[in-house]
Design a protein around this ligand. Structure first.
Ligand code: ZN
Length: 487
Protein backbone atom coordinates (compact mmCIF):
# COMPACT_ATOMS: atom_id res chain seq x y z
CA UNK A 1 0.00 0.00 0.00
CA UNK A 2 1.02 3.59 -0.35
CA UNK A 3 2.78 5.05 2.65
CA UNK A 4 1.07 8.42 2.62
CA UNK A 5 -2.02 8.25 4.78
CA UNK A 6 -4.82 10.45 3.60
CA UNK A 7 -5.05 13.13 6.23
CA UNK A 8 -8.49 14.41 7.13
CA UNK A 9 -7.58 18.05 7.26
CA UNK A 10 -10.59 20.36 7.72
CA UNK A 11 -10.00 21.61 4.22
CA UNK A 12 -10.15 18.18 2.67
CA UNK A 13 -13.18 16.87 4.50
CA UNK A 14 -14.97 20.16 3.84
CA UNK A 15 -14.36 19.73 0.16
CA UNK A 16 -16.72 16.79 -0.12
CA UNK A 17 -19.22 18.19 2.34
CA UNK A 18 -19.99 21.02 -0.05
CA UNK A 19 -22.17 18.57 -1.98
CA UNK A 20 -25.57 18.13 -0.30
CA UNK A 21 -26.67 14.59 0.51
CA UNK A 22 -28.20 12.84 -2.50
CA UNK A 23 -30.81 10.96 -0.48
CA UNK A 24 -31.89 13.95 1.61
CA UNK A 25 -31.63 16.90 -0.76
CA UNK A 26 -31.87 15.39 -4.20
CA UNK A 27 -32.62 18.54 -6.21
CA UNK A 28 -29.84 20.54 -4.51
CA UNK A 29 -27.47 17.60 -4.90
CA UNK A 30 -28.17 17.50 -8.65
CA UNK A 31 -27.39 21.18 -9.14
CA UNK A 32 -24.30 21.08 -6.92
CA UNK A 33 -22.83 18.12 -8.82
CA UNK A 34 -23.36 19.83 -12.16
CA UNK A 35 -21.68 23.04 -10.99
CA UNK A 36 -18.85 21.50 -8.96
CA UNK A 37 -17.92 18.84 -11.49
CA UNK A 38 -17.86 21.67 -14.06
CA UNK A 39 -20.36 20.04 -16.38
CA UNK A 40 -22.39 23.18 -16.96
CA UNK A 41 -22.92 26.72 -15.77
CA UNK A 42 -25.71 29.25 -15.69
CA UNK A 43 -26.13 31.95 -18.30
CA UNK A 44 -28.03 35.25 -18.06
CA UNK A 45 -30.73 34.10 -20.50
CA UNK A 46 -33.26 32.04 -18.53
CA UNK A 47 -33.36 28.39 -19.56
CA UNK A 48 -30.10 28.55 -21.49
CA UNK A 49 -27.23 26.48 -20.14
CA UNK A 50 -23.53 26.70 -20.91
CA UNK A 51 -22.01 23.26 -21.25
CA UNK A 52 -18.41 23.36 -20.04
CA UNK A 53 -15.67 21.25 -21.63
CA UNK A 54 -15.93 18.35 -19.15
CA UNK A 55 -19.70 18.12 -19.63
CA UNK A 56 -19.41 18.57 -23.39
CA UNK A 57 -16.88 15.73 -23.61
CA UNK A 58 -19.42 13.42 -21.95
CA UNK A 59 -22.00 14.57 -24.51
CA UNK A 60 -19.52 13.92 -27.35
CA UNK A 61 -18.92 10.38 -26.07
CA UNK A 62 -22.68 9.84 -25.91
CA UNK A 63 -22.97 11.19 -29.46
CA UNK A 64 -20.28 8.79 -30.65
CA UNK A 65 -22.08 5.80 -29.13
CA UNK A 66 -25.36 6.78 -30.76
CA UNK A 67 -23.89 7.92 -34.06
CA UNK A 68 -22.05 4.61 -34.51
CA UNK A 69 -25.35 2.75 -33.99
CA UNK A 70 -27.21 5.04 -36.42
CA UNK A 71 -24.62 4.39 -39.12
CA UNK A 72 -24.61 0.64 -38.46
CA UNK A 73 -28.35 0.68 -39.10
CA UNK A 74 -27.94 2.48 -42.44
CA UNK A 75 -28.45 6.15 -41.56
CA UNK A 76 -26.35 9.12 -42.61
CA UNK A 77 -26.08 12.61 -41.14
CA UNK A 78 -27.16 15.84 -42.80
CA UNK A 79 -28.01 19.35 -41.64
CA UNK A 80 -31.20 21.38 -42.05
CA UNK A 81 -31.72 25.09 -41.20
CA UNK A 82 -32.46 26.59 -37.79
CA UNK A 83 -35.33 28.74 -39.14
CA UNK A 84 -38.66 27.35 -40.31
CA UNK A 85 -41.25 29.45 -42.19
CA UNK A 86 -44.48 29.96 -40.25
CA UNK A 87 -46.49 28.41 -43.10
CA UNK A 88 -44.64 25.07 -42.70
CA UNK A 89 -45.58 24.71 -39.05
CA UNK A 90 -49.24 25.35 -39.87
CA UNK A 91 -49.54 22.47 -42.28
CA UNK A 92 -49.93 19.62 -39.80
CA UNK A 93 -52.82 20.55 -37.49
CA UNK A 94 -51.97 18.49 -34.37
CA UNK A 95 -48.32 19.40 -34.69
CA UNK A 96 -48.92 23.16 -34.77
CA UNK A 97 -51.42 22.99 -31.91
CA UNK A 98 -48.96 21.29 -29.57
CA UNK A 99 -45.88 23.28 -30.49
CA UNK A 100 -47.42 26.76 -30.93
CA UNK A 101 -47.04 27.83 -27.27
CA UNK A 102 -43.40 26.67 -27.18
CA UNK A 103 -42.16 28.25 -30.40
CA UNK A 104 -39.80 31.22 -30.44
CA UNK A 105 -40.32 33.51 -33.42
CA UNK A 106 -38.05 35.81 -35.36
CA UNK A 107 -40.12 38.70 -36.70
CA UNK A 108 -37.40 41.27 -37.44
CA UNK A 109 -34.11 40.93 -39.27
CA UNK A 110 -31.72 43.35 -40.94
CA UNK A 111 -33.60 46.21 -39.28
CA UNK A 112 -36.91 45.33 -41.01
CA UNK A 113 -40.11 43.45 -40.26
CA UNK A 114 -40.05 40.06 -41.99
CA UNK A 115 -42.85 39.38 -44.47
CA UNK A 116 -43.26 35.92 -42.92
CA UNK A 117 -42.23 35.18 -39.32
CA UNK A 118 -39.60 32.48 -38.91
CA UNK A 119 -39.84 29.87 -36.20
CA UNK A 120 -36.69 28.84 -34.40
CA UNK A 121 -37.02 25.08 -34.87
CA UNK A 122 -38.65 23.23 -31.98
CA UNK A 123 -38.16 20.03 -34.04
CA UNK A 124 -37.65 19.61 -37.80
CA UNK A 125 -40.39 17.36 -39.22
CA UNK A 126 -41.79 20.26 -41.24
CA UNK A 127 -38.50 21.60 -42.64
CA UNK A 128 -37.36 18.11 -43.54
CA UNK A 129 -40.81 17.13 -44.89
CA UNK A 130 -40.59 20.05 -47.31
CA UNK A 131 -37.20 18.87 -48.57
CA UNK A 132 -38.19 15.20 -48.80
CA UNK A 133 -41.09 16.21 -51.07
CA UNK A 134 -38.48 17.69 -53.43
CA UNK A 135 -36.07 14.78 -53.25
CA UNK A 136 -38.37 11.76 -53.40
CA UNK A 137 -39.77 10.95 -56.84
CA UNK A 138 -39.72 7.20 -57.29
CA UNK A 139 -39.85 4.07 -55.10
CA UNK A 140 -36.17 3.76 -56.03
CA UNK A 141 -35.46 6.88 -53.94
CA UNK A 142 -36.74 5.09 -50.81
CA UNK A 143 -36.01 4.60 -48.02
CA UNK A 144 -34.45 7.93 -47.07
CA UNK A 145 -32.60 7.45 -43.77
CA UNK A 146 -31.22 10.75 -42.42
CA UNK A 147 -30.20 11.97 -38.98
CA UNK A 148 -29.17 15.43 -37.87
CA UNK A 149 -27.29 16.55 -34.75
CA UNK A 150 -28.44 20.03 -33.81
CA UNK A 151 -29.93 22.42 -31.28
CA UNK A 152 -33.63 23.15 -30.93
CA UNK A 153 -35.55 25.74 -28.91
CA UNK A 154 -38.74 25.24 -26.88
CA UNK A 155 -39.98 28.10 -24.70
CA UNK A 156 -40.21 26.24 -21.38
CA UNK A 157 -41.59 27.93 -18.29
CA UNK A 158 -39.64 26.03 -15.62
CA UNK A 159 -36.14 24.89 -16.50
CA UNK A 160 -33.38 22.71 -15.01
CA UNK A 161 -29.94 22.02 -16.46
CA UNK A 162 -30.06 19.16 -19.00
CA UNK A 163 -33.52 17.95 -17.89
CA UNK A 164 -35.54 20.85 -19.22
CA UNK A 165 -33.86 23.73 -20.99
CA UNK A 166 -35.10 26.24 -23.52
CA UNK A 167 -32.34 25.53 -26.00
CA UNK A 168 -31.05 21.98 -26.05
CA UNK A 169 -28.80 19.74 -28.06
CA UNK A 170 -30.17 16.55 -29.56
CA UNK A 171 -30.28 14.34 -32.59
CA UNK A 172 -33.37 13.93 -34.70
CA UNK A 173 -33.66 11.11 -37.21
CA UNK A 174 -36.12 11.49 -40.08
CA UNK A 175 -36.89 8.66 -42.45
CA UNK A 176 -39.25 8.07 -45.37
CA UNK A 177 -40.41 4.63 -46.52
CA UNK A 178 -42.36 2.90 -49.25
CA UNK A 179 -44.71 0.93 -47.00
CA UNK A 180 -46.45 1.18 -43.63
CA UNK A 181 -44.65 -1.94 -42.43
CA UNK A 182 -41.23 -0.51 -43.25
CA UNK A 183 -41.98 2.67 -41.29
CA UNK A 184 -43.23 0.65 -38.32
CA UNK A 185 -40.10 -1.54 -38.38
CA UNK A 186 -37.91 1.56 -38.50
CA UNK A 187 -39.65 3.16 -35.51
CA UNK A 188 -39.21 -0.04 -33.51
CA UNK A 189 -35.63 -0.55 -34.65
CA UNK A 190 -34.64 2.90 -33.39
CA UNK A 191 -36.36 2.23 -30.07
CA UNK A 192 -34.13 -0.85 -29.76
CA UNK A 193 -31.08 1.24 -30.66
CA UNK A 194 -31.92 3.70 -27.88
CA UNK A 195 -32.52 0.91 -25.42
CA UNK A 196 -29.22 -0.76 -26.29
CA UNK A 197 -27.36 2.54 -25.96
CA UNK A 198 -28.92 3.30 -22.55
CA UNK A 199 -28.25 -0.17 -21.21
CA UNK A 200 -24.81 -0.80 -22.72
CA UNK A 201 -23.10 2.59 -22.81
CA UNK A 202 -24.87 4.32 -19.93
CA UNK A 203 -25.47 1.23 -17.72
CA UNK A 204 -28.98 2.63 -17.29
CA UNK A 205 -31.93 0.27 -16.93
CA UNK A 206 -34.98 1.40 -18.92
CA UNK A 207 -38.49 0.27 -19.68
CA UNK A 208 -39.50 0.45 -23.31
CA UNK A 209 -42.86 0.38 -25.01
CA UNK A 210 -45.53 2.40 -26.78
CA UNK A 211 -46.92 5.68 -25.46
CA UNK A 212 -50.67 5.93 -24.88
CA UNK A 213 -52.54 8.23 -27.31
CA UNK A 214 -52.56 11.07 -24.79
CA UNK A 215 -48.76 11.09 -24.56
CA UNK A 216 -47.77 10.53 -28.18
CA UNK A 217 -45.91 13.02 -30.37
CA UNK A 218 -48.28 15.52 -32.01
CA UNK A 219 -48.91 14.32 -35.55
CA UNK A 220 -47.67 10.77 -34.94
CA UNK A 221 -49.52 7.49 -35.45
CA UNK A 222 -47.58 5.83 -32.62
CA UNK A 223 -44.81 6.98 -30.31
CA UNK A 224 -42.43 4.51 -28.72
CA UNK A 225 -40.21 5.49 -25.82
CA UNK A 226 -37.65 4.38 -23.30
CA UNK A 227 -38.25 5.50 -19.74
CA UNK A 228 -35.64 5.45 -16.99
CA UNK A 229 -36.36 5.70 -13.28
CA UNK A 230 -34.64 8.38 -11.23
CA UNK A 231 -33.62 7.85 -7.58
CA UNK A 232 -36.52 10.04 -6.37
CA UNK A 233 -38.90 7.57 -8.00
CA UNK A 234 -39.85 9.79 -10.92
CA UNK A 235 -39.68 8.55 -14.49
CA UNK A 236 -37.55 10.27 -17.10
CA UNK A 237 -38.48 9.88 -20.76
CA UNK A 238 -35.05 9.29 -22.25
CA UNK A 239 -35.68 8.70 -25.95
CA UNK A 240 -38.64 8.61 -28.33
CA UNK A 241 -39.30 7.06 -31.73
CA UNK A 242 -42.37 8.01 -33.75
CA UNK A 243 -44.16 6.23 -36.55
CA UNK A 244 -45.66 9.29 -38.29
CA UNK A 245 -47.79 7.24 -40.66
CA UNK A 246 -48.67 9.35 -43.71
CA UNK A 247 -49.61 12.47 -41.72
CA UNK A 248 -46.52 14.50 -42.57
CA UNK A 249 -46.30 13.01 -46.08
CA UNK A 250 -49.86 14.27 -46.69
CA UNK A 251 -49.14 17.70 -45.20
CA UNK A 252 -45.93 18.12 -47.22
CA UNK A 253 -46.87 16.17 -50.32
CA UNK A 254 -44.14 13.55 -50.03
CA UNK A 255 -45.18 11.30 -52.93
CA UNK A 256 -43.47 8.68 -55.04
CA UNK A 257 -44.22 6.71 -58.16
CA UNK A 258 -44.39 3.06 -57.14
CA UNK A 259 -43.36 0.08 -59.29
CA UNK A 260 -47.03 -0.42 -60.23
CA UNK A 261 -46.92 3.04 -61.83
CA UNK A 262 -49.27 4.65 -59.30
CA UNK A 263 -48.43 7.68 -57.20
CA UNK A 264 -48.39 6.99 -53.44
CA UNK A 265 -47.79 8.89 -50.24
CA UNK A 266 -44.62 7.94 -48.35
CA UNK A 267 -44.61 6.69 -44.75
CA UNK A 268 -42.32 8.60 -42.41
CA UNK A 269 -40.74 8.30 -38.96
CA UNK A 270 -38.79 10.53 -36.62
CA UNK A 271 -36.81 9.72 -33.49
CA UNK A 272 -34.77 11.70 -31.00
CA UNK A 273 -32.53 11.67 -27.98
CA UNK A 274 -31.38 14.84 -26.25
CA UNK A 275 -28.89 15.84 -23.59
CA UNK A 276 -31.72 15.09 -21.17
CA UNK A 277 -30.23 11.61 -21.08
CA UNK A 278 -27.08 13.18 -19.63
CA UNK A 279 -29.22 14.59 -16.81
CA UNK A 280 -30.60 11.09 -16.28
CA UNK A 281 -27.11 9.65 -16.21
CA UNK A 282 -26.04 12.09 -13.48
CA UNK A 283 -29.09 11.29 -11.33
CA UNK A 284 -29.05 7.52 -11.78
CA UNK A 285 -25.41 6.81 -10.93
CA UNK A 286 -24.19 9.72 -8.78
CA UNK A 287 -23.71 9.46 -5.01
CA UNK A 288 -22.88 11.64 -2.00
CA UNK A 289 -19.30 12.06 -3.23
CA UNK A 290 -20.48 13.42 -6.57
CA UNK A 291 -20.68 12.20 -10.13
CA UNK A 292 -20.24 8.55 -11.10
CA UNK A 293 -19.61 7.94 -14.80
CA UNK A 294 -19.89 4.65 -16.65
CA UNK A 295 -16.56 3.94 -18.43
CA UNK A 296 -18.06 4.31 -21.95
CA UNK A 297 -18.85 7.99 -21.48
CA UNK A 298 -16.19 9.02 -18.94
CA UNK A 299 -13.87 11.73 -20.36
CA UNK A 300 -11.20 10.30 -18.05
CA UNK A 301 -11.58 6.56 -17.46
CA UNK A 302 -8.55 6.16 -15.23
CA UNK A 303 -6.71 8.88 -13.34
CA UNK A 304 -3.14 8.16 -12.30
CA UNK A 305 -2.15 9.79 -9.01
CA UNK A 306 1.54 9.41 -8.20
CA UNK A 307 2.41 9.77 -4.50
CA UNK A 308 5.31 12.16 -4.83
CA UNK A 309 7.29 12.15 -1.60
CA UNK A 310 10.92 11.93 -0.63
CA UNK A 311 13.81 10.86 -2.79
CA UNK A 312 11.93 8.49 -5.06
CA UNK A 313 9.94 11.38 -6.49
CA UNK A 314 11.41 11.26 -10.00
CA UNK A 315 11.21 7.48 -10.18
CA UNK A 316 7.56 7.46 -9.11
CA UNK A 317 6.70 10.14 -11.61
CA UNK A 318 8.45 8.24 -14.34
CA UNK A 319 6.62 5.02 -13.38
CA UNK A 320 3.32 6.95 -13.50
CA UNK A 321 4.18 8.16 -16.99
CA UNK A 322 5.00 4.58 -17.94
CA UNK A 323 1.56 3.42 -16.72
CA UNK A 324 -0.10 6.19 -18.68
CA UNK A 325 1.79 5.24 -21.84
CA UNK A 326 0.96 1.56 -21.49
CA UNK A 327 -2.77 2.33 -21.15
CA UNK A 328 -2.97 4.81 -24.02
CA UNK A 329 -4.88 4.86 -26.32
CA UNK A 330 -7.12 1.96 -25.20
CA UNK A 331 -7.98 3.75 -21.97
CA UNK A 332 -8.61 7.51 -21.62
CA UNK A 333 -6.16 8.38 -18.83
CA UNK A 334 -5.07 11.51 -17.00
CA UNK A 335 -1.82 11.78 -15.06
CA UNK A 336 -2.40 14.14 -12.15
CA UNK A 337 1.11 15.32 -11.35
CA UNK A 338 0.05 18.59 -9.72
CA UNK A 339 2.29 19.45 -6.79
CA UNK A 340 0.23 22.29 -5.30
CA UNK A 341 -2.46 19.93 -3.92
CA UNK A 342 -2.19 16.80 -1.76
CA UNK A 343 -2.99 13.30 -2.98
CA UNK A 344 -6.04 13.28 -0.68
CA UNK A 345 -7.37 16.42 -2.32
CA UNK A 346 -6.84 14.86 -5.74
CA UNK A 347 -8.66 11.69 -4.70
CA UNK A 348 -11.70 13.70 -3.62
CA UNK A 349 -11.58 15.88 -6.71
CA UNK A 350 -11.53 12.99 -9.21
CA UNK A 351 -14.14 11.06 -7.27
CA UNK A 352 -16.40 14.10 -7.38
CA UNK A 353 -15.87 14.25 -11.17
CA UNK A 354 -16.95 10.63 -11.46
CA UNK A 355 -13.73 9.12 -12.86
CA UNK A 356 -14.39 5.34 -12.80
CA UNK A 357 -10.90 4.22 -11.74
CA UNK A 358 -8.00 5.72 -9.79
CA UNK A 359 -4.50 4.31 -10.08
CA UNK A 360 -2.17 5.14 -7.20
CA UNK A 361 1.55 4.58 -7.32
CA UNK A 362 4.01 5.49 -4.55
CA UNK A 363 7.62 4.63 -3.66
CA UNK A 364 6.73 1.43 -1.83
CA UNK A 365 4.48 0.25 -4.68
CA UNK A 366 7.28 0.97 -7.08
CA UNK A 367 9.69 -1.14 -5.03
CA UNK A 368 7.24 -4.01 -5.43
CA UNK A 369 6.63 -3.26 -9.13
CA UNK A 370 2.91 -2.69 -8.56
CA UNK A 371 0.18 -0.04 -8.48
CA UNK A 372 -3.08 0.21 -6.55
CA UNK A 373 -6.37 0.30 -8.46
CA UNK A 374 -9.27 2.01 -6.67
CA UNK A 375 -12.69 1.74 -8.34
CA UNK A 376 -15.13 4.66 -7.93
CA UNK A 377 -17.93 2.21 -7.11
CA UNK A 378 -18.55 -1.32 -5.96
CA UNK A 379 -15.27 -2.81 -4.92
CA UNK A 380 -12.14 -2.95 -2.89
CA UNK A 381 -8.78 -1.59 -3.84
CA UNK A 382 -6.80 -4.13 -5.78
CA UNK A 383 -3.09 -4.54 -6.39
CA UNK A 384 -1.98 -4.70 -10.00
CA UNK A 385 1.52 -5.66 -11.13
CA UNK A 386 3.03 -2.96 -13.36
CA UNK A 387 3.71 -5.61 -15.98
CA UNK A 388 0.32 -6.39 -17.42
CA UNK A 389 -1.37 -3.36 -15.83
CA UNK A 390 -3.38 -2.73 -19.01
CA UNK A 391 -5.22 -6.04 -18.55
CA UNK A 392 -5.88 -5.32 -14.87
CA UNK A 393 -7.25 -1.87 -15.73
CA UNK A 394 -9.61 -3.15 -18.43
CA UNK A 395 -10.84 -5.87 -16.08
CA UNK A 396 -11.45 -3.26 -13.36
CA UNK A 397 -13.35 -1.01 -15.81
CA UNK A 398 -15.46 -3.96 -16.95
CA UNK A 399 -16.30 -4.71 -13.31
CA UNK A 400 -17.34 -1.10 -12.72
CA UNK A 401 -19.62 -1.23 -15.74
CA UNK A 402 -21.18 -4.43 -14.44
CA UNK A 403 -21.67 -2.99 -10.97
CA UNK A 404 -23.42 0.10 -12.34
CA UNK A 405 -25.72 -1.97 -14.55
CA UNK A 406 -26.52 -4.32 -11.70
CA UNK A 407 -27.35 -1.42 -9.34
CA UNK A 408 -29.52 0.28 -11.95
CA UNK A 409 -31.38 -2.94 -12.84
CA UNK A 410 -31.97 -3.75 -9.19
CA UNK A 411 -33.32 -0.26 -8.51
CA UNK A 412 -35.73 -0.41 -11.45
CA UNK A 413 -36.88 -3.95 -10.63
CA UNK A 414 -37.54 -3.10 -7.00
CA UNK A 415 -39.56 -0.02 -7.99
CA UNK A 416 -42.15 -1.65 -10.21
CA UNK A 417 -45.27 -2.67 -8.32
CA UNK A 418 -48.55 -4.04 -9.59
CA UNK A 419 -51.86 -2.56 -8.51
CA UNK A 420 -55.31 -3.99 -9.19
CA UNK A 421 -57.59 -1.16 -8.04
CA UNK A 422 -57.62 2.64 -8.13
CA UNK A 423 -56.99 2.76 -4.38
CA UNK A 424 -54.00 0.49 -4.76
CA UNK A 425 -52.61 2.66 -7.57
CA UNK A 426 -52.98 5.83 -5.51
CA UNK A 427 -51.42 4.20 -2.45
CA UNK A 428 -48.54 2.72 -4.45
CA UNK A 429 -47.67 6.06 -6.08
CA UNK A 430 -47.87 7.89 -2.76
CA UNK A 431 -45.87 5.37 -0.76
CA UNK A 432 -43.40 4.05 -3.21
CA UNK A 433 -43.13 6.26 -6.25
CA UNK A 434 -41.59 4.27 -9.07
CA UNK A 435 -43.65 2.53 -11.76
CA UNK A 436 -47.07 1.11 -11.05
CA UNK A 437 -48.17 -1.61 -13.41
CA UNK A 438 -51.91 -1.77 -13.94
CA UNK A 439 -54.67 -3.07 -16.21
CA UNK A 440 -56.57 -0.54 -18.32
CA UNK A 441 -59.70 -0.85 -20.44
CA UNK A 442 -58.44 1.77 -22.93
CA UNK A 443 -61.13 4.38 -22.11
CA UNK A 444 -60.09 8.04 -21.74
CA UNK A 445 -62.35 8.47 -18.72
CA UNK A 446 -60.47 5.82 -16.76
CA UNK A 447 -57.13 7.35 -17.72
CA UNK A 448 -58.30 10.78 -16.54
CA UNK A 449 -59.42 9.32 -13.22
CA UNK A 450 -56.07 7.60 -12.78
CA UNK A 451 -54.16 10.79 -13.56
CA UNK A 452 -56.30 12.95 -11.30
CA UNK A 453 -56.33 10.60 -8.31
CA UNK A 454 -52.71 9.45 -8.38
CA UNK A 455 -50.92 12.52 -9.73
CA UNK A 456 -49.05 10.16 -12.04
CA UNK A 457 -49.23 9.83 -15.82
CA UNK A 458 -49.30 6.78 -18.10
CA UNK A 459 -45.70 6.35 -19.22
CA UNK A 460 -45.83 3.24 -21.41
CA UNK A 461 -48.13 0.55 -22.68
CA UNK A 462 -46.41 -2.77 -22.10
CA UNK A 463 -46.13 -5.46 -24.76
CA UNK A 464 -47.47 -7.91 -22.19
CA UNK A 465 -50.90 -9.37 -22.84
CA UNK A 466 -53.67 -7.78 -20.76
CA UNK A 467 -55.34 -9.98 -18.17
CA UNK A 468 -58.22 -9.31 -15.81
CA UNK A 469 -60.12 -6.11 -15.17
CA UNK A 470 -59.43 -2.37 -15.60
CA UNK A 471 -58.17 -0.91 -12.31
CA UNK A 472 -60.78 1.86 -12.50
CA UNK A 473 -64.03 0.62 -14.07
CA UNK A 474 -63.62 -3.14 -13.71
CA UNK A 475 -64.37 -3.79 -17.39
CA UNK A 476 -62.17 -6.14 -19.37
CA UNK A 477 -58.56 -4.92 -19.56
CA UNK A 478 -57.17 -4.13 -22.99
CA UNK A 479 -53.69 -2.90 -22.01
CA UNK A 480 -51.04 -3.31 -19.35
CA UNK A 481 -49.85 0.24 -18.57
CA UNK A 482 -47.01 1.65 -16.47
CA UNK A 483 -47.87 4.77 -14.50
CA UNK A 484 -45.37 7.04 -12.75
CA UNK A 485 -44.78 10.62 -11.79
CA UNK A 486 -42.42 12.04 -14.36
CA UNK A 487 -39.87 14.77 -15.03
ZN1 ZN B 1 -61.69 1.31 -17.35
Amino acid sequence: MTEVSISESPEESGFVKEIPSKSQHFAEWYTAVILKAELADYYPVRGCTVIRPYGYTIWELMQQGLDRRFKETGHTNAYFPLFIPQSFLRREAEHVEKFAPEVAWVTRGGGEELSEPLAVRPTSETAIGHMYARWIRSYRDLPVLINQWCNVVRWEKATRPFLRTMEFLWQEGHTAHRTADEAESEARLMLDVYRDFAETDLCMAVLSGRKPESEKFPGALHTYAIEALMPDGQALQAGTSHNLGQNFARAFNIKFLDSDNTEKLAWTTSWGVSWRMLGGLIMVHGDDRGLVLPPHVAPVQAVIVPILTGKAREEVLSAARGISASLTPQVRTRLDDRTEVTPGWKFNDWEMRGVPLRIEVGPRDLAQRQAILVPRVGGEKRIAPLEGIAEAVSAALADIKQTLSRQSNAFLDSHIVSAATLDEVVAAIAAHRGFVRLQWCGEDACELTLRRESGASPRLISEDAPAGACAVCGNRSRHVVYYARAY
